[in-house]
Design a protein around this ligand. Structure first.
Ligand SMILES: Cc1cc2nc3c(=O)[nH]c(=O)nc-3n(C[C@H](O)[C@H](O)[C@H](O)COP(=O)(O)OP(=O)(O)OC[C@H]3O[C@@H](n4cnc5c(N)ncnc54)[C@H](O)[C@@H]3O)c2cc1C
Length: 455
């Protein structure tokens, strides 16, 4: 047993930590491939306990890895250097929903979907909508700057964070930002902590901005003979002056997987799919849908479906929500990348997927948020095929190099974590990496927070 563990046990009540093998196994992984065991998992219930644990860790040079719901896709909360996993799951209270001020104050362990449902009861809207929202925590969303389909119109998590309470590496508790819509007192330190993947501080309280909930929503989905037509649809809708809430696309391989999973009758034998959702007043939604439908009809789609109102729109979304599950149901190992490209490169990206497929023998299924260029490129690996496994990194190398050459980014919402670490130096210039090291050193001089990651 490591020497610090005896000292920890003397300093803290038993109810605060566990280190039985079952607990350790659960807290060793996330939704990606990596796994590493911590020595101990702590379950603080308030900021004072978080501060005391982090202070102890700093004094004893023990690694501390913050953990939300463990639904990350890049191994971000995997404690590669052991030490303490600091689970925020017991800090799960919604402390305030204030209609007049348009804010909510929450603890980091609140499930994102729960926050959305609670504020909706008061006519308010928290727009960021990662597909994992029924499970992931708002604290994890802050630490990864999570996105989702609605980002095209509403922006990412950062755009809704007004203030944070953060425990720094030495245990100091600090508040950055506040609860007003604007605040230019000093640097934008909220922005430093949002997306910092647990490397700069532990987020213990979050003040989010809420907006009025849209009165109404509607959607159109169109199936096309080629990805080129779907991509054209995206451009034409935006060029016509519409800003839909979401503009989602899918390619042939994704549709094939869904056809297998849901039955052929529900999905025509088309090669591409586009889903457009608009929201706002009832009148505006009806009028937008009419105009968008006309734009899409001009592109000669093979099938179009339209929906108005919450329930009907949700029914149209059912298909979109099957993409990930259907690809997994093929029995292949799905390596989900979340690259971002300038929107004009959408067709080039689909061509690149085909090239990767031919060159490395790995099927590539792509779908995602076409409106903001954030596409989930899924390498579908046969678990039995050793050659494919060996080729996966080469395929990713080709993908990421091309994305960077197009002035895109290797990750739009999942973060760097462990998964993208091999490409960190490709994606960030030497000066940018040095700046990251300077910030890290200033805030965490002993390097105890989530060590072994990209900085
Ligand atoms: C099915 C599925 C669909 C998904 N869809 C999306 C999507 O549409 N958009 C998207 O952006 N992501 C998506 N993700 C990825 C993932 O859900 C998000 O990254 C989410 O924000 C992770 O939240 P979490 O609570 O699970 O965090 P975790 O996985 O527990 O942690 C993620 C990172 O945040 C750090 N962290 C967690 N809590 C804190 C805290 N309080 N203080 C400091 N650091 C902290 C951890 O150390 C780690 O580095 C999806 C994942 C799955 C499994």
């Amino acid at each position: 047993m490591k020497s610090w563990i005896a000292s920890f046990k003397r300093s803290f009540p038993k109810s605060l930590y566990r280190f039985d093998s079952k607990t350790v196994a659960i807290y060793s992984t996330d939704a990606w491939l990596a796994s590493a065991a911590p020595e101990m998992v702590c379950f603080p219930k308030n900021v004072r306990e978080v501060s005391a644990i982090v202070k102890f860790a700093n004094q004893n040079k023990v690694p501390v890895t913050a953990r939300g719901a463990g639904k990350g896709y890049v191994g971000g909360c995997v404690p590669v250097k052991g030490g303490i996993v600091l689970s925020l799951e017991k800090m799960n209270r919604i402390l305030e929903i204030n209609r007049e001020d348009g804010i909510a104050v929450v603890e980091p362990g609140v499930i994102t979907g729960r926050l959305q449902a609670e504020v909706k009861k008061k006519g308010l809207f928290y727009p960021p909508d990662p597909a994992s929202l029924k499970d992931c925590f708002i604290g994890g969303n802050v630490a990864t700057n999570a996105g989702g389909p609605r980002c095209l119109k509403y922006g990412v998590t950062r755009n809704y964070i007004l203030g944070l309470e953060v425990v720094l590496a030495d245990g100091t508790i600090v508040n950055v930002g506040g609860r007003t819509m604007k605040n230019k007192t000093g640097f934008d330190l909220v922005g430093i902590f949002v997306g910092s993947e647990g490397l700069l501080g532990i987020v213990t309280k979050i003040t989010v901005r809420l907006i009025p909930h849209p009165q109404s929503r509607g959607a159109i989905c169109a199936f096309f003979g080629s990805a080129v037509q779907a991509a054209k649809g995206v451009q034409l809708i935006l060029e016509a002056g519409f800003l839909p809430a979401t503009l989602e696309v899918a390619d042939r391989l994704t549709l094939e997987a869904v056809r297998k999973a849901m039955g052929v009758s529900r999905i025509p034998p088309s090669d591409a799919y586009l889903l457009v959702e608009t929201d706002g007043t009832e009148k505006a939604v009806r009028s937008d849908l009419k105009s968008i439908e006309k734009i899409l009809f001009d592109l000669k789609p093979e099938r179009v479906q339209k929906a108005f109102g919450d329930q009907a729109t949700e029914r149209l979304w059912e298909l979109r929500r099957q993409f990930s599950g259907s690809l997994r149901a093929t029995g292949m190992k799905k390596l989900n990348e979340d690259i971002v490209i300038p929107r004009s490169r959408l067709v080039d990206l689909f061509k690149l997927s085909e090239k990767i497929q031919k060159k490395y023998g790995i099927p590539v299924a792509s779908f995602g948020h076409a409106g903001d260029g954030n596409i989930h490129v899924n390498l579908m690996l046969d678990p039995e095929d050793r050659k494919q496994k060996a080729n996966a990194d080469l395929a990713l190398d080709l993908l990421f190099k091309q994305v960077i050459a197009w002035n895109g980014a290797i990750t739009g919402e999942h973060g760097v974590g462990l998964a993208k670490m091999p490409w960190w130096s490709l994606a960030a210039s030497p000066e940018l990496r040095a700046l990251h090291r300077t910030v890290k050193k200033a805030l965490d001089p002993k390097g105890i927070l989530n060590p072994g990651k990209f900085v």
